[in-house]
Design a protein around this ligand. Structure first.
Ligand SMILES: Nc1ncnc2c1ncn2[C@@H]1O[C@H](COP(=O)(O)OP(=O)(O)OP(=O)(O)O)[C@@H](O)[C@H]1O
Length: 295
């Protein structure tokens, strides 16, 4: 099985801003991702999750520190990595089957591969169609598919060249709750079969706990790692896990950390203080005032 090992050593990243000092988005992030691990990044909006993922994909440069992938420094994108985004980036003019094969077809042209190579690729895409439950839809076009199916195609396409590292940026963020559950079981199954190292970004703590071997909680301003939680659930999971006391306790603990580090708690406290201030100023509760206005 092809699995990548990742090592971030004190990686920092800033974005330049007009008439303001640069924005420090990642502040000395150190993190190891073990071969074959399913690692999930969570944290408040703007804490640098996507930036960290994009740096790992080689789509973004970092300013300081070191990023080592399988013993080599990362300087740009590579065929060893594949990325799945929230919005299905399928080619509308290609069928499902051709969308999945597309990257391999490019390689065939570039690398002058033989018909035997093409046959192997064809076998791989057929296997992925089966694995993702898409065999019946192989000749459909993207606009004939539901969101969940489109995202299955995007995942199959990402897996086509057997990446050693799969990077997923909120891949299920646009799907409804039921479809997400199906996708969760599917991606866990894919992970077990393919053994690829996965780094997955999400806002959804329940999703993070259900999918991950470990969850990294990031904090904003500047973006940094707050804590890393080793999940004690093993690799065989089913949806009932989500209502066990152990799962709920870890979920509560992580949500609290996100609230505390993001300043959301402070915002709520300020809001409470403001409504108390309004109440004492008007001699009434905010709700009563509103009702009075209606009357
Ligand atoms: N290309 C860019 N130029 C300038 N600022 C950027 C750029 N990309 C991201 N940022 C800023 O960097 C910070 C971190 O962004 P990033 O998208 O990594 O956070 P995130 O944790 O993934 O957020 P979200 O959960 O909302 O997607 C944000 O303040 C964002 O506005």
């Amino acid at each position: 099985m092809a699995q990548s090992e990742v090592q971030f050593d004190a990686v920092s990243k800033s974005f330049a801003r007009r008439s303001e000092p640069p924005l420090l988005v990642l502040d000395r992030v150190s993190l190891r991702v073990a071969p074959g691990e399913f690692l999930v990044l969570v944290g408040a909006s703007g804490c640098g999750k996507s930036t960290l993922l994009r740096i790992l994909a080689g789509l973004e440069r970092y300013d300081d520190g070191r990023l080592i992938l399988d013993g080599q420094p990362v300087h740009g994108p590579g065929a060893d990595r594949a990325m799945v985004f929230q919005h299905y980036s399928l080619y509308p003019w290609l069928t499902v089957k051709d969308n999945i094969r597309f990257s391999r077809q490019l390689k065939v042209v570039r690398d002058n591969l033989t018909s035997n190579d093409v046959e192997v690729a064809s076998g791989r895409s057929d296997a992925l169609l089966q694995l993702m439950g898409l065999a019946h839809a192989a000749d459909y076009y993207p606009n004939q598919l539901s969101g969940g199916m489109q995202q299955r195609v995007a995942i199959a396409r990402a897996l086509m060249n057997r990446p050693k590292l799969l990077l997923m940026d909120e891949p299920f963020g646009a799907l409804d709750a039921q479809t997400r559950e199906v996708m969760h079981d599917l991606i866990r199954h894919v992970h077990q079969l393919e053994g690829t190292t996965i780094v997955f970004v999400t806002h959804d703590v329940e999703e993070a706990l259900y999918l991950g071997d470990r969850v990294v909680v990031m904090a904003p301003k500047p973006g940094r790692i707050d804590s890393v939680v080793d999940l004690p659930f093993g690799r065989r999971r089913d949806q009932d896990l989500k209502i066990t006391p152990e799962f709920l306790a870890i979920k509560r603990q992580i949500l609290q950390r996100i609230r505390e580090t993001s300043g959301m708690k402070t915002d709520l406290e300020q809001l409470e203080q403001l409504s108390k201030h309004l109440e004492s100023a008007t001699g009434s509760t905010v709700m009563n005032t509103a009702q009075g206005d209606i009357a």
